[in-house]
Design a protein around this ligand. Structure first.
Ligand SMILES: *Cc1c(COP(=O)(O)O)cnc(C)c1O
Length: 319
């Protein structure tokens, strides 16, 4: 097992160039004034398919040799990773199978099919998606691409931070959402090279603080599926690749409540006119909670995605 390094982030940047959007970095005088800091929001809600996951998915597919590309790729997910794999595969002329629960929201099934993915559904209560995926991958010789625990996925996600440093220079701190830790691992690799003095913080929902427990105890802790509106961070454990990178390079893991996520979503909608999904608000909510503790610092925040169910989003904004 070889852990990815900054060299892999650089390779990824070359592969995704021209395919992924170089997303904007936005600022807010209101946020700056509240913290007495200079805050840079890297807006992955404007990435293709609406989240940073496009970076890792595209890179992992581009890194396959021609024979493996011909055999196709497979992912199991009902979230942003499914759409990221479907779209990245379509662009690269690779067949993608996405294994999704048959009761997944119709909009998500449709979006994944719309990006050209072959959706295979399963019964969440009677069947095991890992087993189904492993069987299909073996039968068809397909490459299984996991949502976070894969060197090329981690390296691809790191390009979100390498672009941020290239645009705004070195930072004192960087706040990144954490599910399985792919995004924060890649961003920490980029920070280590491009802004060595930058403290990288991972932020996860209070209800599911497995990463915090894992980093503090020194071993991967597995929890039950957490109840939180941050559906992109409902992971139960870190990965074999992400954990050692985070242990070495992430300063600490912070947590925020669902109520703090809703406040951040409202801030982005009202003040900055941008749609950020609950999971995408994790980093920003931790920055707003830190407030004046950040006075005088240059602070980066990754807004990881903007895919919302409009009904649920409307209800949260009106709450
Ligand atoms: C997947 C996802 C995350 C968590 O990313 P990891 O690499 O699993 O830590 C955060 N935000 C959004 C919008 C996501 O889709």
């Amino acid at each position: 097992m070889r852990l990815p390094t900054y060299a892999d982030v650089l390779l990824a940047a070359g592969r995704i160039s021209g395919a992924a959007h170089r997303t904007p970095v936005m600022r807010s005088r209101t946020a700056n004034a509240a913290c007495g800091a200079e805050i840079f929001f890297k807006c992955e809600n404007f990435q293709r398919m609406g989240a940073f996951k496009f970076r890792g998915a595209y890179n992992a597919i581009a890194a396959l040799d021609e024979e493996r590309k011909r055999a196709g790729v497979l992912a199991f997910s009902s979230g942003n990773h499914a759409q990221a794999i479907a779209l990245s595969a379509q662009i690269q002329g690779v067949h993608a199978v996405i294994v999704m629960p048959e009761d997944a929201p119709a909009a998500k099934l449709a979006a994944t099919r719309g990006y050209g993915g072959e959706v295979i559904t399963y019964d969440r209560f009677r069947e095991n998606r890992e087993e189904i995926s492993a069987r299909i991958a073996a039968e068809r010789g397909m490459s299984l691409i996991p949502p976070y625990d894969h060197p090329d996925v981690i390296a691809g996600q790191g390009t979100a931070a390498s672009e941020l440093f290239a645009e705004v220079g070195e930072l004192d701190a960087l706040y990144v959402c954490v599910g399985g830790g792919g995004l924060v691992s890649g961003c920490a690799l980029a920070a280590g090279e491009l802004s060595p003095g930058c403290a990288v913080y991972g932020v996860e929902p209070e209800a599911g603080n497995d990463a915090q427990q894992s980093l503090r105890s020194g071993a991967i802790v597995t929890i039950a599926v957490p109840h939180t509106i941050a559906d992109g961070a409902q992971t139960t454990h870190l990965g074999q690749y992400t954990f050692p990178i985070m242990r070495e390079r992430v300063r600490d893991i912070l947590t925020v409540s669902d109520a703090q996520l809703v406040e951040a979503m409202k801030f982005f909608a009202q003040r900055m006119k941008i749609v950020v999904e609950p999971t995408g608000c994790l980093g920003a909510a931790a920055v707003f909670a830190a407030g004046r503790e950040l006075a005088g610092q240059r602070v980066g925040v990754i807004l990881s995605g903007g895919n919302v169910d409009l009904g649920a989003y409307g209800r949260l904004l009106a709450s």
